[in-house]
Write a new protein. Structure first.
Lengths: 281, 483
């Protein structure tokens, strides 16, 4: 698109008009809350109070563990599973591909409640299974390690299908003749993946990973509904800690400060994301 | 169009829209414009446990509309949602005219009175002072740090304390006499009795009863029950209060530390000895109810009698449970043989200084707390809440007999729950939580400080004395911040 220096361009004007609803909503629900938060936070030493809270550092660590493991496990599984879904010559794959989307379709609240029941120490089905095979039951949600495993595994279960679909769609865009040529040349499946599939998917993989990192860093629903920081306030994430400050301890400015602290980190990811995305456009 | 012009227009639109939203949403933040004149009474109310409670409030609101010729708009929110709504509304300086939230007592009103956000309602209190149970009224007398004075900043309407329920048929299954009068009344014997029931059941049929526990002691840091239980046990071991009635933090007194250590020991041992479900470490408020209803615990301490009420109004067959299979008993005497005070949590109505229609809100409160209207509302909770007015608690037959009329159908004479529960409010001394003496303690409650450190003892085998000292240090820090 080129801009002429003086002439009125009706296309640009129309574009602006059509963008207005978005711009207004963006201003009211993103720009204004951010400015307001910055305004109220700047009126005190709330940031230092947050950073002096040991729970902040614990929550930051938990968030890094959660994001680091959940996002990467999920993306790796999605990449692998998207490959399995391409074996459409097998009927079982077709059936499984439909079933496989179910976790994504299940509402989070229903999924989390079921998961909590499944992991219940005394009568949960997971411990029942462990007991049946002669293993000791685990206090999943009653120990820090167990609760973190529960959080990460639920996230992976819930969101892997979505990312699998994106990889699956990308795989459909790869020219089949490349694989035919590779087959003629006697390439193994591994080599096909390394030299054809991966080069075509790697930018998408990076893009997905960064996008998911941004989303999961602020994820509130799964940690809040599944553990609520239990046991003993050990599994708080930054998102649930901010909520705790604002809506449990009535320290709304500390809550806002915490969320503002995260924004620069997320901005770095967003800029990187735009660069990757822009570079590939 | 020039590129710079387009970008300029976009930025201008964003800035104008952001400023417009400020003016529209929060005109008084910037001191611009006046809020429109109110045309109706806006009430935000905690959704009741039963539909009948909400209906009783709606009927009161409609009657008030008719009497005063005003519109009353009632919005119901869940227990978890209403504090958030109120916090956001106050931040936007647009609160309702009147609010009722179950968690206001420990979560909201001590801080809001301190910050000078709540309307002084002394006029309503003084008109009704003689009707109030004194300890319940005491909870409304809060400190306003902005104005440097104590006053009445809320209007109590109902209260709760902890009751104990147990499955009689499980006790009988263990070969023991399940009748309430046979439950031991002394401290050690009382607790050992429940441990014995668990032991006997498991000895009788290990497979069937391997997941049935003596007690259902909530330990989740997110629950209010855990803190309530803890403070109740503290009163049993205490010879000195954690906060004195004049608002002084008393944790440096060795007697307080000793009582805290004993409280930690009692609860941690109960759990670690295997007489409490391991999952109770993450229980939220409803989870002990669920465990009791599903008969995986033999006895349960629970604030309010929501458990019997759920059975009374529950599915077919549960009314038989209510009358014949489980019972409610009073607490035993303390370890030293005395009767400790009963810890009460009192729930109140709030009016805000920023409420647009404060006088009308007060008028509604006067109408709502009149004897018949409030009693109708309280009874609609099926005994879940107790009245704070003597003329209701001591005069209405329901609080003495409960659902006696239905008992005969199950070949019993009395309601085994409601009379026992309400008698707890009539016998012995009542005591409010310590946040009534100093609002900083409301943050101790909100942070569940004692429970967080108790969890460390249970989860990490942390030494109890060290955990208590660290918890005390945190409490001191909290109090130091409330200057």
């Amino acid at each position: 698109m080129s801009y002429k220096s003086s002439n009125f361009n009706p296309t640009n004007f129309l574009g602006l008009v059509f963008s207005l609803p978005f711009l207004i909503i963006f201003a009211a629900f993103v720009v204004y809350p951010l400015l307001y938060s910055a305004f109220v936070v700047s009126s005190g030493d709330y940031l230092s109070r947050v950073m002096n809270d040991p729970l902040f550092w614990r929550s930051l660590t938990n968030t890094l563990i959660y994001v680091g493991l959940a996002v990467n496990i999920k993306m790796f599984l999605a990449l692998v599973l998207s490959g399995l879904l391409t074996f459409t010559q097998f009927r079982i794959v077709k059936v499984m591909s439909y079933l496989y989307l179910l976790p994504w379709a299940v509402p989070i609240i229903a999924g989390v409640i079921s998961y909590r029941w499944m992991l219940q120490k005394e009568w949960g089905i997971v411990n029942k299974f462990l007991s049946d095979v002669g293993l000791q039951p685990v206090n999943w949600l009653g120990s820090y390690e167990g609760a973190m495993v529960a959080l990460i595994s639920f996230h992976v279960w819930k969101w892997t299908p979505l990312w699998t679909l994106t990889f699956y769609a990308a795989r459909q865009g790869i020219d089949p003749s490349l694989y035919e040529v590779a087959k003629i040349d006697g390439a193994s499946r591994l080599k096909e993946f390394l030299y054809i599939t991966w080069p075509q998917l790697k930018y998408l993989y990076i893009f997905n990973t960064m996008l998911s990192t941004i989303w999961v860093t602020g994820e509130f629903d799964i940690p809040y509904l599944l553990t609520r920081g239990e046991p003993g306030e050990t599994t708080h994430m930054l998102s649930t800690l901010g909520f705790r400050y604002a809506f449990v301890l009535l320290r709304i400015r500390e809550g806002l400060s915490l969320y503002l602290l995260v924004i620069p980190v997320l901005l770095i990811f967003i800029i990187m994301l735009l660069r990757v995305f822009g570079g590939r456009r | 169009m020039k590129r710079a012009t387009v970008i300029g227009v976009i930025i201008a639109v964003i800035v104008i829209a952001a400023l417009a939203s400020v003016f529209l949403v929060q005109p008084r933040i910037l001191g611009i414009g006046e809020a429109p004149r109110p045309t109706k009474l806006v009430i935000w109310w905690n959704k009741g446990y039963y539909a009948e409670e909400d209906l009783a409030l709606m009927q009161a609101a409609q009657e008030f509309e008719r009497m005063k010729g005003v519109d009353v708009e009632v919005s119901f929110y869940t227990t978890e949602d209403i504090p958030k709504k109120l916090i956001a509304a106050l931040e936007a300086k647009s609160p309702p005219d009147l609010a009722y939230a179950h968690f206001e007592d420990w979560m909201l009103s001590p801080r809001w009175a301190w910050d000078g956000i709540l309307e002084d309602v002394s006029d309503i209190i003084n008109e009704n002072k003689d009707r109030y149970i004194p300890e319940a009224l005491q909870t409304a007398y809060l400190y306003n740090n902005k104005e440097g004075k104590y006053s009445y900043y809320k209007v109590p309407i109902q209260m709760q304390t902890i009751h104990i329920h147990y499955w009689k048929d499980l006790v009988a299954e263990a070969g023991l006499d399940p009748s309430p009068e046979k439950i031991p009344k002394t401290w050690n014997e009382f607790w050992n009795f429940w441990f014995m029931v668990q032991d006997k059941l498991r000895a009788k049929d290990p497979e069937k009863y391997k997941n049935v526990y003596a007690t259902g002691w909530t330990l989740g840091t997110g629950s209010t029950d855990a803190f309530y239980n803890f403070e109740t046990i503290y009163l049993y071991y205490a010879t000195k209060p954690i906060v004195t009635p004049d608002g002084k933090l008393n944790v440096d007194d060795p007697a307080v530390r000793e009582a805290l250590i004993k409280t930690f020991e009692f609860i941690a041992n109960l759990h670690k000895r295997g007489y409490n479900p391991e999952g109770a470490l993450t229980w939220q408020d409803p989870d002990n109810n669920v465990a009791f209803h599903s008969r995986t615990i033999i006895m349960v301490p629970n604030p309010t009698i929501s458990i019997p009420a759920a059975q009374y109004f529950g599915a077919a067959g549960s009314r038989e449970n209510y009358y014949t299979k489980f019972a409610t008993v009073d607490w035993p005497k303390g370890p030293d043989g005395r009767d400790p005070p009963r810890l009460i949590a009192v729930k109140s109505l709030l009016v805000f200084k920023d409420s647009k229609n404060r006088e009308m809100a007060k008028e509604f409160i006067r109408y709502f707390i009149s004897k018949d209207v409030l009693n109708g509302y309280t009874k609609a909770s099926a005994g879940r809440w107790a009245p704070v007015f003597k003329d209701i608690l001591n005069e209405d037959k329901f609080y003495f007999e409960g659902f006696k009329a239905g008992a005969k159908a199950f070949k019993v004479e009395e309601d085994p729950h409601v009379p026992v529960a309400y008698n707890q409010f009539r016998t012995g001394k009542l005591q409010p939580f310590y946040y009534v003496y100093h609002p900083a303690y409301s943050q101790v409650y909100a942070e569940r400080t004692w429970i967080v450190y108790l969890n460390k003892v249970i989860l990490e085998n942390y030494p109890i004395d060290k955990a208590v000292d660290e918890a005390i240090a945190r409490v001191k820090q909290i109090f130091a911040e409330w200057k």
